[in-house]
Design a protein around this ligand. Structure first.
Ligand code: AMP
Length: 214
């Protein structure tokens, strides 16, 4: 199964993708995560992406399209995958169509997570992850059961994304509305779009997505 999650930063795409990985045995392909690995490694690609990511803008289409195209050729994608954070522009959506038809693949579901923009700043600025296992937490909405200790792995080291600050979040939301929101119409026109209420509780959103997938 090939699945795409659409929605603004903070909509919960990453959280839901992790749950769907477990439920369906498919893997999450987050272009944001891939870019952060490149930035951390200091690769040429990472150097090109770093400043743009820190300003909340979008990395160039060519770079992203090449990165995802080679990633989906890996063996671990054979059982299916969840696109999280890609595509983010109309040229990326069009390139994905070409890529899928060239590779003989089919996109099974496009799920839009509908959320209120106003809530996204608080969601994003409060979020953090366990540095050991990547489990996600939030200052207000999802604290570890025991303060400072990861529920999943017992780790005590946590990290926050450098672009999860209030100023950058506003630029990221702006980029979403200007450049990414039009692809909602792109998939609606194709008849492949399904929508879920991303403001619902995390479990409820997962249930809604599973119902849409059928
Ligand atoms: P994310 O983890 O999805 O919030 O992505 C973090 C940042 O990586 C974004 O703010 C962009 O700068 C960059 N990025 C991730 N995916 C894409 C994409 N498909 N196109 C352009 N830039 C991207």
């Amino acid at each position: 199964m090939k699945l795409m999650l659409l929605g603004p930063p903070g909509a919960g795409k990453g959280t839901q993708a992790k749950r769907l990985e477990d439920a369906y045995g498919i893997i999450q392909l987050s272009t944001g995560d891939m870019l952060r690995v490149e930035v951390a490694s200091g690769s040429d690609l990472g150097k090109q992406a770093k400043e743009i990511m820190e300003s909340g803008g979008l990395v160039s289409d060519d770079l992203i399209i090449n990165m995802i195209s080679s990633r989906i050729d890996h063996d671990d994608c054979k059982g299916g995958f969840i696109l999280d954070g890609f595509p983010r522009t109309t040229p990326q959506a069009e390139a994905l169509d070409t890529m899928f038809s060239d590779k003989g693949m089919k996109l099974d579901h496009v799920i839009e997570m509908k959320v209120d923009d106003d809530a996204m700043v608080e969601r994003i600025t409060g979020r953090y992850t366990c540095a050991g296992c990547g489990a996600g937490y939030h200052d207000s909405f999802q604290k570890p059961k025991e303060e400072g200790i990861c529920d999943k792995c017992g780790g005590t080291d946590f990290k926050r994304r450098s672009d999860d600050n209030a100023e950058t979040v506003r630029s990221r939301l702006e980029a979403y509305h200007e450049q990414t929101a039009p692809i909602i119409t792109y998939y609606r026109d194709k008849g492949t779009l399904k929508s879920v209420d991303g403001m619902a509780a995390i479990d409820e959103v997962t249930t809604q997505i599973k119902d849409e997938i059928g």
